[in-house]
Design a protein around this ligand. Structure first.
Ligand code: DGL
Length: 273
């Protein structure tokens, strides 16, 4: 019998679930392993060297144990740093996540765009190159948030989160100049779409939030093909945590809403990062 593809989706935590959701919509017949490198979360505060060493270490374990058809690095902070190394080591396609600056520039009427990301992504030369290449004629504000990824994790775990903390983090994205206002905000961290309701509610004015997840899903089907209509929907959709797996019933229920039906701990200790 024909085997469904095995799609591996990787992030530091729950953020990549926003990408997984779109990829699952495009390929409901595939098997999935979602890896949250929870032992090293948040990536946004690591140096490039620490991040690279950590991700290569985790993939050494993963690739030895599973045999994925394709891997999605559903993390802006890690993608540009680790992708060349992963592609050099393993003979499968890797799809990355980069800030959606090009579509935001195409959509912007006010020519004022903000990129909301982790501090790591904001510092990354790749992000600055994207601005230079694709945002000509736009003023682009790069806003690095130290807290939003953790706030998004807390929200999904059912913990209390503060509107004031969220507003403080997103406020610098809203810029007024020469009678114009920011009209596009690039969600350049996969955790941030998890806070979209709060962003809409707390925004000083209405803007469009650009989420790269649908484009990533299209890239995956471009590489491995569209859904095989003759195959039933797959039910192998596991989530692995590199740290302890969460215990609360609420978290398991929340993960089920993202299509996850089994949760394991891979137990890859933090090591010398
Ligand atoms: N979700 C990740 C990203 O897209 C990283 C969040 C973090 O670990 O700091 O950048």
């Amino acid at each position: 019998m024909q085997q469904p593809p095995l799609i591996l989706v990787f992030d530091s935590g729950f953020g990549g679930l926003t990408v997984l959701r779109e990829v699952m919509r495009a390929r409901p017949d595939a098997d999935y392993i979602y890896i949250a490198d929870s032992a090293a979360f948040p990536y946004g505060n690591l140096s490039e060297e620490q991040l690279l060493a950590r991700v290569l270490n985790v993939f050494e374990r993963l690739m030895g144990q599973y045999n994925p058809t394709i891997a999605v690095i559903a993390c802006n902070t890690a993608s540009t740093i680790v992708l060349p190394h992963l592609r050099g080591r393993y003979n499968i396609p890797f799809v990355g996540t980069v800030p959606a600056i090009k579509p935001a520039a195409q959509l912007s009427k006010s020519r004022l765009i903000s990129v909301l990301a982790t501090p790591g992504t904001v510092k990354n030369d790749y992000t600055k190159d994207l601005v230079e290449q694709f945002a000509e004629g736009c003023a682009v504000h790069l806003v690095g948030s130290k807290l939003l990824a953790s706030i998004a994790e807390a929200k999904l775990k059912g913990e209390q989160i503060s509107d004031q903390d969220i507003l403080t983090e997103i406020r610098p994205c809203f810029v007024e100049a020469h009678g114009k206002r920011t009209d596009q905000i690039v969600l350049a961290c996969t955790h941030y779409p998890l806070l979209l309701d709060e962003f809409h509610r707390l925004a000083p004015w209405e803007v469009n939030y650009v989420d790269p997840a649908p484009a990533i899903a299209r890239r995956v089907t471009g590489l491995i093909g569209e859904q095989d209509e003759t195959m039933p929907q797959s039910h192998k959709r596991s989530m692995l945590f590199t740290g302890a797996k969460p215990k609360g019933h609420d978290v398991i229920e929340m993960l089920a809403k993202f299509g996850i039906d089994a949760v394991y701990s891979l137990d890859i200790p933090l090591g010398p990062i």
